[in-house]
Design a protein around this ligand. Sequence first.
Ligand code: AHM
Ligand code: MG
Length: 341
Amino acid sequence: MTEIGFKDFETLESFIAKEQHLHPQSRGAFSNLLRRVGLATKIIGSKVQRAGLLNVLGSADGINVQGEQQAKLDVLANEVMRATFRWMPSISGLASEEDDDVVNLPTRLEGQGQYVVLFDPLDGSSNIDANVSVGTIFSIHRCQSTDGRCRLSDFLQPGNRQVAAGYVVYGSSTMFVYTTGSGVHGFTLDPEVGEYVLSHENIRVPDVCKCFSANDTNYKKWDEGSRRFADHVRYSGEERYKKTSSRYVGSLVSDFHRNLLYGGIFMYPADAKTGKGKLRLLYEASPLAMVIEQAGGAATTGPQRILDIVPKELHQRVPLIIGNKHEVELYEKMVKEASAK
Ligand code: AHM
Ligand code: MG
């Protein structure tokens, strides 16, 4: 006979509280901040789920600072993030992929405003109208300014200084994945209870290259090393790549999340002519690089580890090659060899 009973479960709330207990000096500001990210993403997730019912599909009137047409949900998600963090005394400022400049929050009291938060409120938004998975990416840095006001330099910190990073994928279920530098943990939203519940503790990227993810129509625009790498994975016939499949959603969060769980490599190299990548360092590459490294993987531009890049500007774009360590190292080697010729 099946025993009827309540199976104890760990929520994001209780997990964060447990982690806080490991730092007796902590006053809980950082934990509150993480909880708040959880709240903001639940609100965004609920809008995404009902997108076809609300007046939120299609384009908004605006073009963002990067010259991209904003979707209505981009704007809405950005507003939710801003509103959720605005009155948190531990945050001195915000930077969003959708805003031209940093948002300086009202001056904090001494000792407050210890953090700045950077985010891509709705990644993959070109997919929204077709019900394809999208996500939110976030990154948290310690604010270096100590007078309760943040400055641009507080946001232009290398990824290796992030105190936390993660993302939420709004897919067939909604999942919150984050790291504070001691492993990567995933929580699935239980829609009936309205809580994120621990479902994937201590995620490690499997050491197999199951997925190869790239926008292949850009192949001719890539540099020689990137093309050689892609050819090697797809056509070399090497044992490791015999079961590799092409998988590309076109929503970074979704492509990244799948490869994190299955093993694989995502690449969005620079356009060789302009030397420019597409993805944003501070809102996309750095936070996901922290997650993948914590899960045993790696992330590079080719010549440089993503987490070591010192940002020059807020909306800086970089080439991003991210996934299993083996493939990232092979990519670096092939790019180096090709450029030495
Ligand atoms: P977004 O943040 O404006 O949605 O743009 C970033 C998206 C990523 O999610 C995705 O990996 C990439 O752009 C797809 O680009 P492309 O359509 O060139 O393949
Ligand atoms: Mg994005």
